[in-house]
Structure formats: structure tokens, C-alpha cells
Design a protein around this ligand. Structure first.
Ligand SMILES: *Cc1c(COP(=O)(O)O)cnc(C)c1O
Length: 400
């Protein structure tokens, strides 16, 4: 299925630099040459030219959530994605608030760990490795505990690649007058987060995922009324989202040294995102990458952890083959020799690995990934990619 209508856009999918592998990982990921080239200039962080970049970055990100009423603002924050989750939780949840964390993988558990370190009251629904938290059980948990003020949901849980049902979760939350915060780190920019159809107070993501920038900062898009009300909540100076926002509103500057080159690269990445057709265009390319990958890997004999309904266009978990000749470290090295960095699995019960669909790559790359996987199995003299029979029983739980 052709994704790109125009030849220039197709030609823009140049391979990584000579000798560089494709990163089939959920960020940092493969970036375009123009994004890398944007880092060749030095910027004065307080200079008007750089302040204009910051303003453009905020404006373009805000435009992605369809906030026609101007109720939200975008606050970029230095650091990794986790810093930004910590800034969001530490600033937007009042000190006497209580958070219900919905976990089905490492990132939900990390959010709970952040709250523990911050000393904020919280409670957890832990669904294990890959089962989605459903609206009904969220509603029941909220009914049972009136002290809960906020719910934290993970949009795409990158540990398994599951796309969690945030719309039904949001309905359950607001039907009970509570507030929703979303970690959309690995989904924002490719999966819609339109405030007209999905209600939330704040959503957090970072530069090096679906927008295809390089790592160095993240951003929280939050309702202005929540930002205004959050003065003095933060446990931290450098992670105080309210203060970062207030200073940026007043001066156009970041409070402390911004990652200037990373911001310049991000502006370039945002332009490419817009040229591709924004969230819809980016999401369509990733979905096609996933479809080509999953169909190809299944044809080789691999099985996905998740049933089709829950597969995100971000990253896919495959079961390791049961064949005694298969070894994941060896498979990883063979894939790397062929130019592809894949990602280990993060499941506790069964052996698995992950392949990302995001970054500056298209369906042609995914076809090469499938060929490389088939060849790597042949190199290891693995006759069948089928997983152990009992693991498929795990997947059957998801069909319900
Ligand atoms: C990548 C990611 C994060 C943040 O990870 P960092 O390594 O701190 O950048 C948080 N949540 C999710 C769902 C992610 O995919």
C-alpha cells in the first residue's frame, strides 16, 4: 500500500549514515539527515532567535491536540521522558492529592515509583505484563476510594506495545469528577490525543519518540487552569512545571540551560511531521510499518504477544521461538550484523523480543527487517519460529 503520494517524500527516506544501523527501538530512534544537520549550529539560549524556536515548538505541539478554545498550554522541560513524568506528577498533583496509577508494564510501575519517592498518596491497579486496564474496573476503583483525585494512564505501554483504551478510561474518570493525566510518551504525535474526543488535564511526551527528534527534553501539555492552580505544589526546583511555565510565559526562555541543539533539531523534526500530514500522516506510516512487519514475521512463523485489536503502531512484542537452536543474544547480534538494532522483551513470564515501528523508516525497511529475521533464523539453524505451545494460551486471555 503506497503511503507517500509524492516522490520527494519517498526519496526523503534515506538510509541512516554509512555503517549506522537502523534503530528499531522505541526511542532514541532513527532520525532523518536534516534533523541531524540542524544540530550543526550553536545558539545563544537567551537570544531572540532561540526564543523564537521555543515559541514555535510550543505552538506546533499545542496545535496537535485540537484545542480550539485555547484552554491548554505546552511546557517543555529539560531531561529524559521520566523527568517530565516526574515534573507533571510532582507539580499537578497537590500534596494532599491521591493518584490511581493504571499499570500494565514497566512505565506504569515507574509512575508509581515516582509517586512513592515524592511521598504522594497513590494506589495501583496492576494488570501484569500486558492486559489492558478497562474503564469498568477504573470506575469501580474510583467508587471504592473517594480520596482519589487523579488517575494516571499510560497511552501506549511500551513494555509490551499495547495501546491502552484511554478513551473509555477517561469517561470512567470524568463521570466520577476526577482528573486524568496521560503518559503518552511513545504515542504522542502518531496516535490522536485530540481534546475534543479525549478528555484529560495533562499529557506528557518527549522529543525522541514519535516526533522523531533526538533525546534531551520532553514536554507537558496541560490545561492552563491546572498549571495556574499548581503554584507551590512541586517538591523540586528544577522539575517545577508551574515555575517553568510562568517564567517561559514572562521571558520566552527556559529557566535553566536548555538543550539548544536538541531544540533546533526538534523544530526540523516538527516541520517534517507537518509535511507528512501531522498526527494522521505519521500514524498512518507507523501503522503501515507495523502491518508489514507483523504480516511478514507471521509468514516466517513468529507469533505476536498481543491479539490484533491491542497492537499499537509503535512497537510489537514477538515470542521467542521454542526451537532449542534459538538464542536471543545470538539473534540480536545476527540482526545487528544485518543493520538492525532490535530490542529485548520485557515480559516476566515468557521469552520475547520487541521491534519498533517508529522513527525515520518506512515499509521497505520493515520488509528488510523481516528478511533479516528469516535469514538470522537460518544462520542459527532454527527450523521453526513457533513459540512454546503454552504461551499461546496467554494470548487467548486477550481475546475477551
Ligand atoms: C520512553 C517512555 C518513557 C520515558 O522514558 P525515558 O527513558 O525517561 O525517556 C515513559 N513512559 C513511556 C510509556 C515511554 O515509552
Amino acid at each position: 500500500m503506497p503511503l507517500r503520494q509524492n516522490e520527494d517524500a519517498v526519496a526523503a527516506f534515506e538510509p541512516p549514515m554509512l555503517g549506522e544501523p537502523y534503530l528499531l527501538t522505541p526511542g532514541p530512534l532513527t532520525t532523518s539527515m536534516t534533523t541531524k544537520q540542524a544540530m550543526l549550529r550553536d545558539w545563544g539560549s537567551w537570544d531572540g532567535d532561540f526564543r523564537a524556536l521555543t515559541a514555535e515548538l510550543r505552538r506546533r505541539l499545542l496545535a496537535m491536540i485540537g484545542d480550539t478554545e485555547g484552554a491548554f498550554d505546552c511546557v517543555p522541560m529539560q531531561g529524559s521522558g521520566t523527568s517530565c513524568v516526574e515534573a507533571m506528577l510532582g507539580t499537578l498533583v497537590p500534596r494532599d492529592g491521591k493518584v490511581l496509577v493504571l499499570a500494565n508494564g514497566a512505565y506504569g510501575l515507574r509512575a508509581a515509583q515516582i509517586l512513592r519517592v515524592l511521598g504522594r498518596a497513590h494506589t495501583l491497579i496492576d494488570k501484569g505484563d500486558y492486559l489492558p486496564p478497562r474503564g469498568e474496573e477504573v470506575g469501580a476503583a474510583l467508587d471504592a476510594d473517594p480520596a482519589i483525585t487523579h488517575v494516571l494512564a499510560i497511552h501506549c505501554e511500551t513494555s509490551s506495545g499495547i495501546l491502552n483504551p484511554v478513551e473509555e478510561i477517561s469517561q470512567a474518570v470524568y463521570a466520577r469528577g476526577r482528573k486524568l493525566l496521560i503518559d503518552s510518551m511513545s504515542a504522542f504525535g502518531a496516535v490522536p490525543a485530540d481534546v475534543e474526543t479525549l478528555r484529560y488535564e495533562a499529557i506528557v511526551s518527549s522529543a525522541n519518540k514519535c516526533i522523531e527528534g533526538v533525546p534531551g527534553f520532553g514536554f507537558v501539555i496541560a490545561r492552563k487552569s491546572e498549571l495556574e492552580a499548581a503554584k507551590g505544589n512541586s517538591h523540586s526546583l528544577s522539575l517545577d512545571l508551574h515555575d517553568q511555565w510562568a517564567v517561559m510565559e514572562k521571558t520566552g526562555q527556559w529557566r535553566f540551560t536548555p538543550p539548544t541543539h536538541v531544540v533546533a533539531a526538534f523544530i526540523e523534526a516538527l516541520l517534517q511531521h507537518a509535511v507528512e500530514g501531522g498526527v494522521a500522516g505519521r500514524g498512518a506510516r507507523y501503522a503501515n510499518n507495523r502491518d508489514v512487519l507483523v504480516a511478514g514475521m507471521r509468514a516466517v512463523g513468529f507469533e505476536t504477544l498481543l491479539a490484533d485489536r491491542w497492537l499499537s503502531p509503535i512497537i510489537v512484542t514477538f515470542f521467542c521461538p521454542n526451537d532449542p537452536g534459538f538464542s536471543f543474544p545470538r539473534f540480536y547480534e545476527l540482526m545487528k550484523e544485518k543493520g538492525f538494532l532490535i530490542y529485548p522483551g520485557k515480559l516476566t513470564a515468557v521469552e520475547s523480543f520487541r521491534i519498533g515501528c517508529i522513527g525515520h523508516l518506512d515499509a521497505n525497511v520493515m520488509r528488510s527487517v523481516v528478511s533479516a529475521a528469516a535469514q538470522s533464523l537460518a544462520d542459527m539453524k532454527v527450523a521453526s519460529a513457533a513459540p512454546a505451545p503454552h504461551v499461546l494460551g496467554e494470548r487467548a486471555k486477550l481475546v475477551a
